[in-house]
Design a protein around this ligand. Structure first.
Ligand code: SF4
Length: 359
């Protein structure tokens, strides 16, 4: 038996005995698998399960997703983060609704928003195509198994891993094979302290043989998130409506409503920034005072936002800065409904806390 065959049969047997029972593993529906794969990017399995069930209950087919409004899709995604994923999924559904679902990795990659990883997952799991996939878990397992020393944060290192994944994908059950690799990475061949004694591949593993399982894969240092200090402006109208702004298309939190904020210029005081912000969202205010700070960490950015509350004097014509495309006063309840991101909700809570008798 070749080494590839030995690895395939040991890992597949282990997977059949140890696979976790997850909702998307009970189906071959390509749409459901697609949704699960998009949700699982950057998000833990336990977090995804209730979102996946709810999404499929409300939007059970590609056509249902294609016909849904963006507002509805974002509502169902609300709290999962990385909202661009939801928008791309929605775009992709609109592109293929009413047509046969693309079956091959090549055809799937033609769909907007479907990359090589998702194409490999859907084509292998739903249609049994022998196409590879590589995510963080698979990259780690393969780098250790074959003793790959290349830096996996560099394109050359990842190209090498993709090429191994391509040669090693099991023809007989590629869907199970790909899931087995991911499962091993998630539960046994973990980033720290891999559980080699429980691993079905111990005897084949180069890193284990060299005693380097904790050193591999090689990954150059990630850049620390860049700190961005911001000021948010919490203003109510005389009808107790709250002022929210909608983010511009294309940027961070695109299209989402939130309490408006802006980045502090170098050396700028909070009061000055809040006054600058007031002009840009079209209000004149008095009595500016800080009511607290929220911190929100994104992949490449750490946002520290000081919330400044103020009394509204009068409304003016907004001179929106590039981050926003619209402003509106609305009831607090409506604001809560429109605020979909976790960041937006933190800001909303700090700016307009729910107090008994006041909504
Ligand atoms: S033997 Fe250890 S390092 Fe090698 S694949 Fe298994 S868990 Fe990972």
């Amino acid at each position: 038996m070749t080494q590839t065959k030995r690895i395939q049969s040991a890992l597949l047997a282990w997977y059949r005995a140890n696979a976790r029972d997850l909702p998307w593993r009970r189906t071959r529906d390509p749409y459901a698998i697609w949704v699960s794969e998009v949700m699982l990017q950057q998000t833990r399995v336990d977090t995804v399960i209730p979102y996946f069930d709810r999404f499929l209950d409300h939007l059970p087919t590609v056509e249902a997703l294609a016909e849904a409004s963006e507002e509805r899709v974002l509502s169902l995604w609300s709290g999962l983060g990385y909202y661009r994923r939801a928008r791309m999924l929605h775009e992709g559904a609109k592109a293929i609704a009413g047509q046969p679902f693309p079956k091959t990795a090549v055809a799937l990659q033609e769909v907007r928003g479907i990359g090589r990883y998702t194409a490999g997952a859907v084509s292998s799991i739903a249609f049994g195509e022998a196409s590879p996939l590589v995510d963080g878990n698979v990259a780690r397992v393969l780098a250790r198994l074959f003793g790959i020393e290349d830096d996996l944060r560099k394109p050359k290192g990842m190209a090498r891993i993709w090429s191994i994944a391509e040669t090693i994908v099991a023809e007989e059950d590629p869907g199970a094979w790909n899931q087995a690799l991911m499962e091993l990475g998630a539960t046994v061949c973990t980033p720290r302290a891999p559980r080699c004694l429980l691993c079905p591949l111990t005897r084949e593993c180069k890193a284990r043989e060299m005693g380097r399982e904790e050193e591999l894969p090689m990954m150059s240092r990630k850049r620390a998130p860049v700190l961005q200090r911001r000021v948010a402006l919490a203003v109510r109208s005389d009808k107790a409506e709250v002022l929210l702004a909608r983010r511009s298309a294309g940027g961070i939190f695109a299209g989402m409503w939130e309490v408006p904020s802006l980045e502090l210029a170098h050396g700028e005081a909070h009061h000055a920034a809040a006054e600058r912000l007031a002009v840009s969202v079209g209000v004149s205010v008095e009595g500016l005072e800080s009511c607290g700070e929220i911190v929100h960490v994104l992949t490449h950015r750490r946002l520290e936002v000081t919330v400044m509350r103020a009394r509204l004097l009068k409304c003016q014509v907004p001179l929106l800065h590039a981050e926003y495309e619209a402003v509106e006063f609305m009831s607090r309840d409506e604001g809560v409904l429109r605020t979909k991101s976790t960041y937006g909700r933190k800001l909303m809570k700090m700016s307009f806390p729910l107090t008994p008798g006041r909504r």
